[in-house]
Ligand binder design. Sequence first.
Ligand code: NDP
Length: 274
Amino acid sequence: MINRYTVIGQPIAHSLSPVVHQLFGDLTQRKVKYTRTEATPETFESIVLDWQRSGAKGCNITAPFKELAVTVCQRMAPNAKRAGSVNTIEMHRDGALVGHNTDGAGLVADIVVNKRRVLQDSRILLLGAGGAARGVIAPLLDAGPTMLHVANRTSAKADTLASLFSDMGPVSASGYEALGDMAAFDVMINATSLSLNGEMPPLPNGLVGSQTLAYDMTYAKQDTVFMSWSRSRGADTSSGLGMLVEQAAESFFIWEGVRPKTRMVYPRLRELLS
Ligand code: NDP
C-alpha cells in the first residue's frame, strides 16, 4: 500500500517538499507518494477534508495557511498549540486531524547538528513575526539562550509573540529602529519573506561580527541579499535548505514512525537548486 501525502500552500509550484519526501521514502524503503496542492483561503478547509476522505495519511501546510490550519485540527501537539501555527497534519486512524509544528525542531536541528552551533547561553536575534517565526520561538528558547530578541516591521506583532512565550525564557521584542543600540548577536535568523523579493530588513552594521551565524530561512539557488550582507561583515551564513530538510524529517517521522538519514538528501537537492 502506498501512503499519500501532500503539501498545501499558495503559491506551491516551487516547493521542494515532494522531492525531499520521495527521497526519504526511498531511503527508508517506505512506499510514499507526495504531491503539491494549491489552495486559497476559501478552499483550504475543504481541500484538507477531501484529502482526508480520500484515505491519505497526512499533509504539510505552508504559507500562508499555517495559522488557518489550526482551525481544522481537532487535536494539537503542544508545539503547534503554543505557536498557534501548524505545518504538519496527521490524519489519524481514529478520524481526527492532529496538528503539529516541526519548523522549530527543524531549524534547531540544522543549527545545532548540521552547523555545529551552540545555542545554550547565546544571544539570538529573530527577524520577522509571521507564521515561520511563531513556530520556532519555543524550540529556540528550549535551547537555553541568554537572550532571544524578536524584531519586526510591525513591532506590535513582535510584542505579541514575546508576551506569548515570555514564561518560557528571556524573550524581548522591538521594531527595527531599536536594533541600532544592540551589541552583535551570536545567531541572527531571517524569518521575514523579504529574501523572496531580493530585499532585506533595515539592519544596522553592529549586529553581526565574526562570531555571528546569519541564517536565512529562505533557500534559493544563490545566496540571498541578507546572506551576502552578513558575510561581507564577517559572519558565517546559511540558507534555510537544512531547515526545510530537517522539518520534513520530523514530519516523516510523525507519519511513518521512522527517521530518515537526512544527510543523504542534500546532494540531490543542491543539484536541483543549481
Ligand atoms: P509570513 O507571511 O507569515 O510573514 C512574513 C514576515 O515578513 C512578517 O514578519 C512581515 O512583517 C515580514 N515582511 C514582509 N514584507 C516586509 C517588508 N517589506 N519589510 C519588512 N518586513 C516584511 O511568512 P512566513 O513566516 O510563513 O515565512 C517567512 C519566510 O520563511 C518565507 O520566505 C518562507 O519561505 C520561509 N520559510 C522557510 C522554511 C524552511 O523550511 N526553510 C519554513 C518556513 C518558512 P509584518 O508582520 O510587518 O508584515
